[in-house]
Structure formats: C-alpha cells, structure tokens
Design a protein around this ligand. Structure first.
Ligand SMILES: CCCCCCCCCCCCCCCCCCCCCCCC(=O)SCCNC(=O)CCNC(=O)[C@H](O)C(C)(C)COP(=O)(O)OP(=O)(O)OC[C@H]1O[C@@H](n2cnc3c(N)ncnc32)[C@H](O)[C@@H]1OP(=O)(O)O
Ligand SMILES: NC(=O)C1=CN([C@@H]2O[C@H](COP(=O)(O)OP(=O)(O)OC[C@H]3O[C@@H](n4cnc5c(N)ncnc54)[C@H](OP(=O)(O)O)[C@@H]3O)[C@@H](O)[C@H]2O)C=CC1
Length: 515
C-alpha cells in the first residue's frame, strides 16, 4: 500500500484553482489513489453562465474522471464546491462556509492564479499576491491544518539564469505593492508597471515572485511548502496520456502550427524546452503535501518541478517531433500544410512574417471578400503574432534550476510511492510524449474524431497541389514581367527554350529513324 495514498485517507482537503488545468488533474489523482479521503473542498466562482454545481458536474462528467469514478463511485458526495471569488477582499466566502473550512481542513493546495502574462498589474496582484495572503491568514486559523502547499512557477525568478530552491527577495515589499494597488488608479498603475516589474518579462512572473515572498513572510508559523513547475504540459501517463484542456504553454502554438497558421517562430532551437507533464507536477505536489505534513521541515522548502537538468529536450527537437507527428495525425481543415521554421534571427523572422503570415492572410481575406464573405484571417494573424511575441521570451533562453529538494524527496519515497507518485522525469521519453501530446490536443482540445484522419490527409494533399500551382503561376508571372523589362531575361529565356528544343529533337531523331 502506498504511504502517501494512505496519508490522504480520511483527510479534508481544500483546493483553490480546482477548475483549472492543474487543479483538475490534482483532484482526479486524489480521488483515484485515496478514494477514502473525507472531502475535497474546492473554492469556485460561477463562470460563463454556469452555477458552481453545474461546473462541478461538468468536470466530473469529463473523460478525465472516468477512471477515478470507477475507483471512487461516490466522488459527487466527496466534493464540496464552496462559493468564493479570490478577487474579492474577503474572498466572498460565506460565514457558514468559512467556519466549516476553518474547522475541518487538514491540507490546503493553493493552485488558483491568473496565468495571463499581460494581465493588468492590479488584477495580477489581487489574485497572485493578495489572495495568497488572505488564504494564509485563513490557514493560520485552521486548528487541524497539517500542510499548506503553494503552487508557484519556476519562472518566478526568470530574470536570473541559475535558480536555486530558495525565495529571492523582490525589490519592493509585497505589502507596499498590495497597499498601493488599493489607491492608485489604473492609468498610474499602467505607467509604473514597467518600472515595478523591472527585469521580469511580465506581470505574471512578477506577481508570482511577490506571492512567494508573501508565503515566506506570512506563512511563518504554518507548515508551508512551495512547488515551482516550469511549463506545464499534457499528461504523460495518468490517468491516460496526452490529456490537455487549455491553450496555455505550448498547446496553443502547436494548434496554430498544425492548422497551418503559424509557419515560423522566433525561437532558439538549442534552448531548453523546459516542459513538464501535468501528472508529474501533481505527483510531486501530493508527495510534498505528505512530506510537509509528516516530517514538518523547520523551514519552508521549495521544490523545483522541471525537466531541463535531468532530461533536457530542446525547442528544435520538440518542433521537429511536432511536425513529424502531423504527418501521421494531421488536424482537420488546415489553412495551409503544417511546416514551420524556428529561427533566432530577427530579420529572418520579419521576412517570414511578411511572406508566410501576412501575405497568405491578406490574399485569403481578399478571396473571402470576393466571394461575399467577411474577412477574418488578418485579424486572426494579428492576434496570433501578438501571442507569439509574448511567448518569445521563454523560447529564446535557457535556465538552470537546481532540484536538490525534489531529488531528496524522491529518495525518501518507498518503492511503492515512487511508482504510484512517480515524478522522476528521467523516465520520460520525449518523442513518445510529444506524439501523445499532439494526439491529445486533437482529441481533447480540438475534439476532432480520429475517423477524420484520412480526410484530413486528403485535404493536406489538396493544399500541397494548390501550393505548387500557386508557386508555378507566381514564378511564370514574375518571369513574364521580368522579360518585358530586361533584355538579359529575354536572352536567358530564349537560351532555355532553344536548349530544351534541341534536347527534345535529339531524343526524337533516333525514334524517327527506327520507324
Ligand atoms: C525544426 C522544426 C521547427 C518546427 C517548429 C514547429 C513549432 C511547433 C510548436 C512548438 C511549440 C513551441 C511553443 C512554445 C510555447 C512556450 C510557452 C512558454 C510559456 C512559459 C510559461 C511560463 C510558466 C508559467 O507559469 S505560465 C502559465 C501558462 N500561461 C500561458 O501559457 C500564457 C497564458 N496566456 C496569456 O498570457 C495570454 O492569453 C496571451 C499573452 C498569450 C495573449 O493575450 P491577449 O490579451 O493578446 O489575448 P487573449 O484574449 O488572452 O487571447 C487571444 C487569443 O489567443 C488564445 N490564446 C490564449 N493563450 C494562448 C496561448 N498560450 N497560445 C496560443 N493562443 C493562446 C486565446 O484563446 C484567444 O483566442 P480566442 O479565439 O480569441 O479565444
Ligand atoms: N500552466 C502552466 O504552464 C503553469 C502553471 N503554474 C501554476 O500552476 C497553478 C495552476 O495553473 P493552471 O491550472 O495552469 O491555471 P488555469 O488558468 O488553468 O487555472 C487557474 C485557476 O484559478 C482559478 N481562479 C482564477 N481567478 C479566480 C478567482 N477570482 N476566484 C476563484 N478562482 C479563480 C480559476 O478558476 P476559473 O475556472 O473560475 O477561472 C482556475 O481554477 C497556478 O498557480 C500557476 O501559476 C506554474 C507553472 C506553469
């Protein structure tokens, strides 16, 4: 029997961000490996016209939870959705709910965050810093609390090249930032944001760093640990390979490439693609929860959940494998054949943007207009290239994360726990993982049927023929224009034509003789 699984048995667990990518996989694993847990409280807000209950039902009815429901048929009874909005000062939790949470919770997993790189600083601070502070305050009033696990990001200190499992101080105290957000108006915040974030690339990494400082300063008397995952990708093994349900990290760009919109990317092929499967993050997080509660380390331990130092993959290799997978498993209704280049040269990127992104988009919109339809491709391209520009920072650099605490924890696990809560990234085969990732995007994100693959392949063949035809026509037009203007071009043309004529006559003569 797994010690970690047994530890969560009978426990009341509070999860924030349970409706998010990581939170769902965390809940699923808990139900599947510790079906005798007492209850999982999840802090949820209504969204997109759905009530809390509707959101929970939708999550539990998804394919992700099929196995968990076999092991734990009464998941519906063990999950308790509590109304909360982490953007509100009091988190909008009712008094009754608050009392229950305070008196019953044993473990807290704080996953909720805004992960948008370009979020307004006020909003990012509210969610990634102030809400963390409020949750720690709540945790300090929980008599039965055994551990508080905060999910941060390995990029919270991405202004450094080598990052240790320590909390690095921020130039301005989080409390000062929280206070100033209360009274500064949006325009002033916009103005000071670049100065505040300094050499951090965006408000996300900046506020996640502030969040860690808050954990250090206010989690003093609690049993706290921080998990820092790098770029969280689709599941590797559990509950099944390739599960993913949002566009974050590489997923959005893989779709844009597979659909033929993205044809070039300013990326450094030899930079480390520090992607980490979400099930590895969840396994480490649960192991950290157990270790923190049972061993009660004296200081706040930080665990890097990264792949680069133990089993590196590079953006060039990843891109190559993604393209290779599209040959076998193409996406449906592609705009162009998937074929992309990685280039670290800014000039080349601009050239490819003009030729491979803007030109086809403008031509297609012209065609849509001609056929009486609404143009949309230039707008889409604009958004895609803006998104790409926000991600470029992360695909043109490499970082070194030390993983001493993570490796120490692995050594403390029994062989059974190492199997059930496997977070050993050395065992991951990248080529297989990337293939399953692309397949998972097709199935679970794009919801495309595998039966449509032959038609998708046919469509790509048609696109290839259109491409050849288009290029030939373009060449002939260009050549014709050149001939009209240049004697040299005309001479070359006549030379080629007479050469071809002589070549053909040479072959025709012997055949005539034979007859
Ligand atoms: C040798 C051969 C080479 C072959 C090359 C082949 C290439 C193959 C692909 C290889 C993959 C390379 C991928 C690299 C990706 C690297 C990602 C690095 C991430 C670093 C992570 C840091 C760690 C973290 O903790 S981050 C947590 C995760 N966060 C994110 O991933 C970003 C979240 N999203 C945002 O910040 C924003 O949405 C942003 C900045 C991307 C865009 O914001 P904007 O305000 O401009 O627009 P939105 O309204 O938000 O969205 C517009 C539109 O874009 C869709 N979208 C959202 N996110 C993404 C995304 N990550 N990728 C693509 N598209 C995205 C969004 O849904 C909107 O679409 P709609 O149709 O309007 O809904
Ligand atoms: N994805 C990645 O690549 C990485 C993620 N991380 C970290 O992992 C954690 C989870 O990320 P991930 O699952 O990918 O993110 P998601 O965006 O998928 O999930 C975010 C979660 O936070 C919740 N949330 C956001 N705002 C509020 C609010 N005002 N009140 C209540 N809940 C709210 C969301 O709820 P709702 O569904 O209602 O929006 C959702 O459940 C984050 O802390 C992130 O920083 C770290 C490294 C990489």
């Amino acid at each position: 029997m797994s010690t970690i699984a047994a530890f969560y048995g009978g426990k009341s667990i509070l999860i924030t961000g349970a409706t998010g990518f990581l939170g769902k996989v965390l809940m699923e694993k808990l139900f599947r490996t510790s079906p005798d847990l007492k209850v999982i409280y999840i802090l949820v807000r209504p969204k997109a016209g759905q009530t809390l209950q509707q959101r929970v039902v939708q999550i539990l009815n998804s394919k992700l939870f099929e196995k968990a429901k076999e092991v734990c048929p009464n998941v519906h009874e063990k999950i308790r959705a509590v109304y909360a909005d982490l953007n509100q000062n009091d988190l909008a939790i009712s008094k009754g709910d608050m009392q229950e949470l305070l008196s019953c919770t044993n473990i807290v997993f704080h996953c909720a965050a805004t992960v948008r790189f370009n979020d307004h600083l006020r909003h990012a601070v509210q969610l990634n810093v102030t809400a963390t502070q409020k949750l720690l305050l709540m945790a300090s009033q929980m008599p039965k609390l055994e551990a508080f696990i905060h999910i941060s990001t390995a990029f919270s200190n991405c202004n450094l090249k080598h990052i240790d499992e320590v909390i690095y101080p921020c130039p301005v105290e989080p409390k000062k930032i929280i206070d100033s957000m209360e009274w500064l108006d949006d325009a002033i915040i916009d103005e000071i944001t670049p100065k505040l974030i300094g050499d951090q690339p965006n408000t996300y990494t900046y506020t996640k760093a502030l969040g860690e400082m808050v954990v250090q300063q206010e989690g003093g008397n609690l049993n706290v640990a921080i998990v820092r995952p790098s770029i969280v990708g689709a599941t590797w093994q559990e509950p099944f390979p390739g599960w993913v349900d949002n566009l974050n990290g590489p997923s959005g760009l893989i779709i844009a490439t597979g659909k033929g919109f993205l044809r070039a990317l300013r990326a450094t092929p030899m930079a480390v693609a520090d992607v980490i499967p979400v099930d590895i993050v969840v396994n480490l997080t649960l192991a950290v929860g157990w270790y923190t509660a049972v061993q009660r380390p004296k200081s706040t331990l930080i665990y890097h959940c990264t792949s680069g130092n133990l089993n590196p993959c590079y953006w060039g290799k990843m891109g190559f494998q993604v393209l290779a997978t599209f040959e076998k498993i193409p996406f449906e209704r592609a705009f162009r054949r998937p074929n992309a280049d990685l280039t670290s040269n800014t000039f080349t990127t601009q050239y490819w943007n003009a030729v491979s992104h803007w030109a086809p988009a403008i031509i297609y919109d012209f065609y849509l207009r001609l056929t009486g339809r609404k143009p949309r491709m230039t707008k889409l391209m604009n958004r895609l290239l803006r998104t790409v520009s926000m991600l470029e920072y992360f695909i043109n650099r490499s970082w070194e994360w030390s993983t001493c605490n993570t490796e120490m924890l692995m050594s403390k696990l029994s062989p059974e726990d190492q199997r059930v809560f496997n977070f050993d990234v050395r065992q991951l085969n990248w080529l297989e993982y990337i293939e399953n990732y692309v397949l998972g995007i097709k199935k679970y994100l794009l919801k495309e049927d595998m039966a449509g693959i032959p038609e998708a392949k046919q469509h790509l063949k048609r696109l290839r023929n259109i491409h050849y035809l288009f290029n030939t026509a373009l060449f002939l037009i260009a050549w014709r224009l050149l001939m009209a203007r240049s004697q040299m071009a005309r001479n070359v043309w006549f030379f080629i034509v007479s050469f071809c004529y002589k070549f053909l006559s040479y072959f025709r003569a012997p055949r005539t003789l034979k007859i």
